[in-house]
Design a protein around this ligand. Sequence first.
Ligand code: GLY
Length: 381
Amino acid sequence: MSKQWTTEQEDFLTTTLAKVQGKFSAAVKRNGTIIPYIPFNGHYPDMAQENIHWWTNGFWAGILWQMYHLTQEEQYLVAARYQESLLDGALNEYEKLDHDVGFMWLSAAVADYTLTQNPNAKTRGLKALQALASRYNPTGQFLLAWNGPEQQGQMIIDCLMNLPLLYWGTKETGDPRYGAIATNHAHTALRYLLRSDGSVNHIVVLNPATGAFEKSLGGQGYGVGSSWSRGQSWAIYGMALAYENTQDPAFLAAAKNVAHYFIANVALTDFVSVIDFRAPQEPVRYDTTATAIAACGLLSLAQHVPPAEKTFYQTAALKMVQALTAKFCDFEPATDGLLTHGSAKYHGDVDQEVPIIYGDYFYLEALLRLLGKDLKIYEKG
Ligand code: GLY
């Protein structure tokens, strides 16, 4: 979705995209055969060696497919296909998969299939689809997030982003059960994960046998009842996607409510999100990945509102991308990691204010969306 930007705004977007292209053109030559996550001393270790099942392992493929869609350069296609073959190592170990098969294979195999109709990619996407659908609890009407005995009954806000794999499954197979699972899960999320003021819980525990609500957990945020900013951004984007696939006005209203809450909070910190909007004000620690994801969510949402409302969401998304670009981007082609100051979670000393691969992915997607040049990985396309 492109908007008519002012000349100055258009210049900002095209200049930034040129720098991003320089960064990823160097990165694909250096990292074409590894799976990146967080750089160490400016360079990525290989997640294919360290943990092939890690939930972020599809985002580099997503970047490569976006870059291939933008440039048609063979180097991106070759590297993206290689990522898919590496990910087969995870797909073949069913018991280690969790709900994030959506993030992993939407960005890799399904993106490939969408762009090139590669039949092997379709098969991989269908296998991931089965793995996700098998996590459905029909009594509680939710998808189980993780596998441990202590994690039974847990559903999490992030999972809204995995639902497009189920909607894709219904489109590809004609079997309505996949889409129905997605829609039921989104309704359960609406009921238990979203709060009336526009903030969200990260994790809730539902009784696995009865589906009854038991408790909420702080998860990756500051604590129970707080407001983990990346959870907020997953909710904006995820609810906009649920609306796109169902046209149910309850999902659109939810996306708008969370979006308004996010914009109000991020405006207090110059349009870059802190890790948790309800953590103590000091120390100030950022999670730029939440800002990038929210920008994508706002632009997705903007497609579904009347013309008079669109500018608000589009302008907020532009301001976020401008703020990230001004202070939190490393455009140097020789180092790995583009978007700095991403934080995996609130507590702990590691993975705080560092480049994280999904930050790079969603920053790129937001920039391309603002220019009307993005590949639809989460949307229907
Ligand atoms: N899906 C996990 C996270 O956002 O960290």
